[in-house]
Write a protein that binds this ligand. Structure first.
Ligand code: SAM
Ligand code: SF4
Length: 324
């Protein structure tokens, strides 16, 4: 087991498969973002080796992310390898859904259990404005295919941005009246690249909830948390609503996560700059014991929490270079 100095059992690893993406969401990266050459990213066998190493330390839950994980070559094979790793109990993915119509079936067969699909609005024009390049219809088809092949329960993520989609939280919530889906609203967090948008156009979880309640009446608390999301229901609805208030009400005390960036660097807090390079020693032939010790030391020193309230903003990477 990997335990940090505050007694938290760190067993959930988010692996970013690439920093590349087929969209350019305004809250994630600038339109002219440059990406790492493939040689700098973990190769398929390096992802496998590191996954085995983390699993041997008690990590049992993996989420694949990016950039956009589905644009990574061999993504289906990578999922198959990870799902077959002894000790790994759950493999999920966060995706923009653009390529899911084609990939949902093969990913499910390879051992993927669930997907979280990002969809910030149901209005095609607004979707294009937010993602700069995206076609809403492709995401919608991806969501339906994910549900059809059993990547369930379907969970949807929306980042809410002032001046872009704060009115749209209502239509998104209405999806859960007839469908057993979970709609999750995420407070925008600040990183490098587009820090101004991220700090000046934030809509808080409380504001999002108030907007939804102005339409549907008081939401019913379920008393449940799903990861970092507080879960509610619209009265009589089949699905759920989740609120992720990472900025205004952080959940750091319950955090069990570590993140492995696409260039093989371990980041123990999404919102802290400190990182531990694992890929360079792996490529230099470090022993498994040395690598294990690097991970255990990093876990031990996991920061207690982020420092957004004190004005600390991590500026060494944009969001797509970390993975969310
Ligand atoms: N490309 C995939 C996607 O968009 O779902 C996976 C990577 S993306 C970086 C992971 C999640 O982070 C998505 O749900 C995305 O909406 C969210 N995200 C991106 N930028 C964010 C920001 N500044 N604050 C909060 N969430 C953000
Ligand atoms: Fe790409 Fe996801 Fe970032 Fe949007 S949020 S630009 S889909 S990585």
């Amino acid at each position: 087991m990997a335990i940090d100095r505050f007694g938290r059992n760190i067993h959930y690893l988010r692996i970013s498969l690439t920093d590349h993406c087929n969209l350019r969401c305004i809250y994630c990266m600038p339109e002219d973002q440059t990406f790492r050459p493939n040689a700098e990213l973990m190769q398929d066998d390096e992802i496998t080796q590191l996954t085995h190493l983390f699993a041997s330390l008690g990590f049992d839950k993996i989420r694949l992310t990016g950039g956009e994980p589905t644009v990574r070559a061999n993504v289906v094979e990578i999922v198959r390898e990870i799902a077959a790793t002894p000790g790994i109990k759950s493999v999920s993915m966060t995706t923009n859904g653009i390529l899911l119509k084609r990939l949902a079936g093969p990913l499910k067969q390879a051992g993927l259990q669930r997907v979280n699909i990002s969809i910030d609005t149901l209005d095609p024009q607004k979707f294009h404005r937010l993602t700069r390049w995206g076609k809403l219809e492709q995401v919608w088809e991806g969501i339906l295919e994910a549900e059809r092949v059993g990547l369930a329960p379907v969970k949807l993520n929306a980042v809410v941005v002032k001046g872009y989609n704060e009115e749209d939280v209502i239509d998104l919530a209405a999806l859960t009246i007839d469908r057993p889906w979970q709609m999750r609203y995420i407070e925008m967090m600040p990183f490098a690249g587009v820090t101004d948008v991220q700090t000046q156009q934030i809509v808080t979880a409380a504001q999002i909830q108030a907007k939804i309640e102005s339409e549907f009446g008081p939401l019913e608390p379920t008393g449940k948390y799903d990861g970092e999301a507080r879960i509610y229901r619209i009265k009589g609805g089949r699905g759920e609503l989740g609120f992720i208030s990472s900025v205004t009400v952080p959940f750091c005390s319950a955090c069990t996560r570590a993140r492995l960036t696409a260039d093989g660097v371990l980041r123990m807090c999404l919102l802290r700059e400190k990182e531990i390079d694992l890929l360079t020693p792996l490529r230099a032939g470090a022993s498994l014991e040395n690598l294990r010790q690097l991970i255990l030391d990093a876990v031990w020193n996991k920061p207690w929490g982020h420092g957004l309230e004190e004005g600390y903003i991590p500026l060494n990477r944009a969001m797509n270079q970390i993975g969310g």
